[in-house]
Design a protein around this ligand. Structure first.
Ligand code: AMP
Length: 280
């Protein structure tokens, strides 16, 4: 496994693979890896002859009061995990490699970010789309794999890829969970043992929503109320609970053919997100 830290070297490696007819799969991450990330590497490995994982904690997607400075980092551990899963190249650019002096371009969607996390994290998706486009330009992958865990992010990236005619196939990997249902996340490392127990309520809330819809519930207000209860009874705080159209992310007035639930909650000071298809 090779570690590459510059865009020029990354592009040269990808050109060499492409000349040999080897398909390239990219798994973008912010590091501090867990089984969720590695499941995406496995998907890329199945589809492609060469797998690149990137590790870049992207300052542009963090708000000024968010956890950029404290975001967990452990490069040596990440490299060992990626090597064990057959990764060919780990691309680890420094911030000034990605955003050199004079950098001023932004990539921004106009509709999808106006929902869910986009409303709570001003500028977050602008940071995501800008960095993902740059990673795609650096790695030139045939396939890029992202997690369903960040459901809005997947929709935003698919839209960007379509709108900008990027020649990459976007694949979504299912959310990998802990035994109690908590979605794996690098941010789970912030949780104290007590908060970790509380955090299971996020997925419980989503499951409760699905049970209600399976049982015939059609009123999103009732479903949201029940999700809020499941979270607040356990001592966590709701940032948002939403029942949305799975494609546009618009809030549903009534649950008919297709519905998706999304939650963001604070467990102590840690903000966790999760989502689940309710119907369709
Ligand atoms: P992050 O390092 O948190 O930016 O995540 C990198 C990629 O891993 C994103 O595409 C995430 O959606 C995905 N991911 C994060 N957590 C999980 C999980 N529990 N299961 C599957 N994919 C995940």
């Amino acid at each position: 496994m090779q570690v590459i830290r510059t865009i020029a070297e990354m592009q040269a490696q990808s050109r060499s693979w492409s000349r040999q007819g080897i398909a390239i799969g990219l798994v973008p991450t912010m590091g501090f890896l867990h089984e969720g990330h590695l499941s995406l590497v496995d998907i890329a490995k199945e589809k492609c002859g060469a797998v690149v994982a990137s590790i870049f904690v992207n300052p542009m997607q963090f708000g000024p009061k968010e956890d950029f400075d404290n975001y967990p980092r452990d490069e040596a551990r990440d490299l060992a995990m990626l090597e064990a899963h057959g990764t060919d190249v780990v691309f680890i650019p420094q911030t000034d490699e990605m955003y050199p002096k004079g950098f001023e371009t932004r990539v921004e969607l106009t509709r999808l970010p106006n929902h869910l996390c986009g409303l709570r994290r001003e500028g977050h998706f602008r940071g995501v789309t800008t960095v993902v486009l740059k990673l795609l330009a650096a790695v030139q992958p045939d396939v890029a794999v992202f997690g369903d865990k960040d459901y809005q992010q997947i929709l935003v990236i698919r839209r960007m890829v379509c709108d900008l005619n990027l020649s990459v196939e976007v694949i979504a990997g299912p959310t990998v969970r802990e035994p109690d249902g908590l979605a794996m996340s690098s941010r789970n490392s912030y949780l104290s043992p007590e908060e970790r127990r509380t955090a299971a309520c996020v997925f419980q809330a989503l499951q409760r929503a699905r049970q209600m819809v399976n049982g015939g519930a059609v009123d999103p207000i009732m479903v949201r109320r029940s999700m809020t209860e499941a979270i607040e009874q356990n001592g966590a705080q709701v940032d948002y609970v939403a029942v949305v159209d799975p494609e546009t992310l618009e809030e549903l007035q009534i649950i008919k053919d297709r519905a998706h639930a999304a939650v963001a909650a604070f467990v102590g000071r840690t903000r966790l997100i999760d989502n689940l298809r309710l119907k369709g």
